[in-house]
Design a protein around this ligand. Structure first.
Ligand code: NAD
Length: 492
């Protein structure tokens, strides 16, 4: 069996092959899933899956372990996140290798993802020592405090595309604010999105039972969402699954954070530098084969520069290489699986059938999808509305700034948007009208610095954010505490 290099000490096969992390490593009882390398179609091994009973057992254990974890001195808890970050640094190449092989990431994407994961760990190390609340005015002789407390057990459900970071951005702050965590990674990327995280915290010395990593599919996610020991679900994934998670969380009275899909516009105004616009568009559309929630799903280009920009984009797309990212330098790796590829192919075909022009690409071999350009896309075209999650530029001309605003806002999603212009005032004025959670002036749509709040509006989320200043509030809740010297003698 071929496995990514240099993993022996950090992720020995005895751990990732057929094991679950429930404080200690043990076999899963649901049928295991093959860990498939999308570039080669080969199985790298098998990963254990959890059933509903194991999820319930882990949530119960986590609820007990959480109290002792939160009772530890804050600086002991903080030290653990620094240790986990250092372990990730010393196993950097091995983690990158896994991201390349298991998730089809190019080397630079995998290295970037590993770096921001390490940053998320260091940032989380600052949470245990944070001031916990406020002293409230009250009657004489009574101390009245409003303080933030952990929620208890947080269930984290994560996707395949940035599997390590999108799980860690929730797991690390949830733990650091004193919660226990049950993580259910996507079964397609359960090594990078689950076992790497379990191993980092295990080696860093996290007490047993505080973190559980239980791979599995929708059924496992549903069991986690309805479990009575779980106080909150942090979900990152599709809007369709997010709606179901939101519904179940509501029914079971859980706090829920939903980070969902997007159809993000990059608006290129006629005074933008064309070469910089091309560089931004290429990055926003094609990074990780377009499998990013913030990927540029619409390229809105002002009429005066539309033809020149399109010609450059077509030439650029045709120059992008697609292949196995483990074999060397390629611009694009494979899509995650046949289902994802078929979805992208279906939207491209439907777009052309509805009158769009296939200006570049459109074909695929196995899971390798060519960098594609669809031009002349109108508002009634399926490619205008659907999240493609593939390497497809959807290029749309517009005449006025007001029309660009209208086009960009014509979606149920509201995650990210960006405006390119040499006139910052004009771009900002336009940007102010866009209904999104993430807005970038003179940049493209795919951005995350870890310390920023991250969240969307509309069908991209439920009004929550995680990251940076949002984390402390998201993973804690208020408690009112009063203290008196003597209990009052109430007259009743
Ligand atoms: P997905 O919704 O199919 O799966 C995401 C996770 O949810 C997986 O772990 C899956 O097993 C689990 N799941 C599926 N159905 C469930 C259910 N009914 N109950 C509980 N859990 C369930 O999404 P995906 O295909 O892995 O990821 C792609 C989607 O995720 C895209 O729409 C993308 O835009 C979105 N995404 C959003 C963000 C963000 O931060 N907003 C980040 C990355 C991806």
């Amino acid at each position: 069996m071929s496995t990514p290099a240099a993993t022996a000490a950090f992720l020995p096969a005895s751990l990732w092959n057929q094991r679950l992390f429930t404080g200690t490593w043990q076999p899963g009882s649901a049928a295991p899933t093959a860990v498939i390398e999308p570039a080669s179609g080969k199985a790298l091994g098998e990963i254990a899956n959890a059933d509903a009973a194991q999820i319930a057992q882990s949530a119960r254990v986590a609820a007990n372990a959480q109290r002792d974890w939160y009772a530890l001195p804050y600086d002991d808890r903080a030290a653990l996140f620094r240790k986990a970050a250092q372990l990730a640094e010393s196993n950097f190449d091995s983690i990158v290798d896994w991201l390349v092989r298991e998730s089809g990431s190019t080397q630079p994407k995998a290295a970037f993802e590993t770096s921001i994961t390490i940053k998320a760990l260091y940032e989380s190390a600052a949470l245990p020592s944070r001031s916990q609340g406020e002293v409230l005015p009250s009657s004489a002789g009574r101390l009245s405090l409003a303080r933030r407390r952990p929620l208890g057990v947080i269930g984290v459900i994560s996707p395949f595309n940035f599997p390590l970071y999108l799980a860690m951005r929730a797991v690390a702050p949830a733990l650091a604010t004193g919660n226990a965590v049950v993580l259910k990674p996507d079964p397609r990327t359960a090594v990078c999105g689950g076992l790497v995280i379990a191993r980092l915290f295990e080696l860093a010395g996290l007490p047993a039972g505080v973190l559980h990593v239980l791979p599995g599919g929708a059924e496992a996610g549903e069991a986690l969402t309805s479990d009575p020991h779980v106080a909150m679900i942090q979900f990152t994934g599709s809007t369709g699954a997010g709606r179901k998670v939101g519904e179940a969380a509501g029914k079971h009275l859980k706090k829920v954070s939903l980070e969902l899909g997007g159809k993000n516009s990059l608006i290129v105004l006629d005074d933008a530098d064309l070469d910089l616009a091309l560089a931004n568009a290429t990055w926003g559309v094609y990074l990780h084969q377009g499998q990013i929630c913030m990927s540029t799903g619409r390229l809105l280009v002002q009429r005066g520069i539309y033809e020149r920009f399109l010609a450059k984009l077509v030439a650029k797309a045709q120059s992008l290489t697609v292949g196995d990212p483990a074999s060397g330098q390629v611009h694009l790796g494979p899509l995650i699986n046949a289902q994802q590829r078929d979805h992208a192919a279906k939207v491209v075909k439907a777009a052309v059938d509805a009158g769009a022009t296939l200006a570049a690409g459109g074909a695929y071999k196995e899971l390798f999808f060519e960098a594609t350009v669809l031009s002349g896309v109108t508002r009634d075209n399926p490619a205008f509305h659907e999240e493609i999650f593939g390497p497809v530029a959807v290029v749309i001309p517009f005449d006025t700034d007001a029309e660009a605003i209208e086009l960009a806002n014509d979606t149920e999603y509201g995650l990210s948007a960006a405006v390119l212009s040499s006139n910052v005032g004009r771009a900002l004025k336009l940007g102010e009208q866009l209904r999104v959670g993430l807005l970038h002036i003179n940049d493209q749509t795919v951005n995350d610095e870890v310390i920023n709040p991250f969240g969307g509006v509309g069908a991209s989320g439920n009004g929550t954010s995680i990251g940076g200043p949002a984390n402390f509030e998201e993973f804690t809740q208020w408690q009112w505490l009063t203290v008196k010297g003597d209990a009052p003698a109430y007259p009743l």
